[in-house]
Ligand binder design. Sequence first.
Ligand SMILES: Cc1cc2nc3c(=O)[nH]c(=O)nc-3n(C[C@H](O)[C@H](O)[C@H](O)COP(=O)(O)OP(=O)(O)OC[C@H]3O[C@@H](n4cnc5c(N)ncnc54)[C@H](O)[C@@H]3O)c2cc1C
Length: 386
Amino acid sequence: MIRFTAEQEEFRRSVARFVDAEVVPQAQAIDERAEFPRELFKRVGELGYLGLRYPEAYGGSGADMVTYCLFAEELARGSLSLAAAAAMQSLMGTYFIYTHGSEVLRQRYLVPALRGDLVATFALTEPNAGSDLAGLTTRAERHGDRWVLRGAKTWVTNAPVADVLTVAAKTSAERGMKSIALFLLDRATMRGITLGKKIDKMSVRASETGEILLDGVEVPADHLLGGETGGVETIGGILSEIRVMTAALSVGLARAAYGAALAYARERHAFGKAIVEHQAIGFKLADMLTALHAATLMTYQAAGAIDAGRPITREAAMTKLFASETAVRVTDEAARIFASYGLASEFPVQRYFRDARFLLPGGGTSEILRLVIGRDLAWDRGEAFA
Ligand SMILES: Cc1cc2nc3c(=O)[nH]c(=O)nc-3n(C[C@H](O)[C@H](O)[C@H](O)COP(=O)(O)OP(=O)(O)OC[C@H]3O[C@@H](n4cnc5c(N)ncnc54)[C@H](O)[C@@H]3O)c2cc1C
């Protein structure tokens, strides 16, 4: 059983009230418009949710990972698009500014981003390099007190609306990952940053995704976040959090789909009884709830382990793998229970079904996660979780 503190329970209730009152009523419309929901995003900032994981000195609240996951889960229950945009901002988009940026950069970018006044994002993936980071080709060359960046990034969440971007680039031409470094780019003051095409996609449509082209962007030396090498290790420092957060998003979406399917199965009649009373449908719901329960336990156990300072490389990979695959399965079964109505835009089930696919690639595909788990077992780092 998961034991949340009284503060965590109250926090969940307050996020749930916001989600039910302001997010759920708009979720389908923002999905249909496929536009970044600026007003809602701003509300998320005003309510302090973007600053949960940051100290009060920067406008945050220093919350633990369990609390952050409660936020991610509840928001995803209402709109995975909004939750994806908020999660990008509040973890990856601002994290390296906080951990590796100077005080000047923190005041200039972190503080307004945590309020929701600036949109921050993280650009790692390239047209020819996703899982395989050794294949990155974006280059950063040093010219005196500046770095000059050239390359192309793609699949960048919030790219079409981003004000600041943390970009991964190689500081040397050699293959491999060693020379990857992170740079903070400001679209308002740096020339050579062009938005490529916005990607029209079936999943999380209101979380805009796009390409970024870097054509000789001059970046001041103090915008290098961390060392000239070792960017992959810097990213690795937050990877378990990203994976556990993605698991929390998965649980939120799966919960919404399960709840909708159960309500429909109790109400819809066929062959003289509610369809929930047909064993085939009851079995589906039983399997959905069982998987959802397991995913929830794994998510909060992993979040608790992060809060306890335990290394959880393997556990975080297992949690994200199980929870994201559960979200895909549960949303699929939910759509089947709705049958034809599962295809109709008047019901949110079609959106849950489409949105679940987003959870598979982010934070590592299922294949990559199995690789991580398998390698960890081979090396046996002695993680407590057996
Ligand atoms: C909606 C959305 C938002 C995103 N937002 C961001 C963002 O903000 N910033 C960012 O940088 N990226 C973002 N991404 C990109 C995402 O992180 C990558 O898509 C992901 O890392 C996978 O890369 P890829 O799509 O290039 O697949 P590839 O790496 O090309 O993989 C293709 C297939 O091969 C498999 N595969 C690859 N290598 C192996 C191997 N060694 N063994 C077995 N199988 C393997 C994969 O599992 C997959 O099935 C986003 C993606 C989506 C869908």
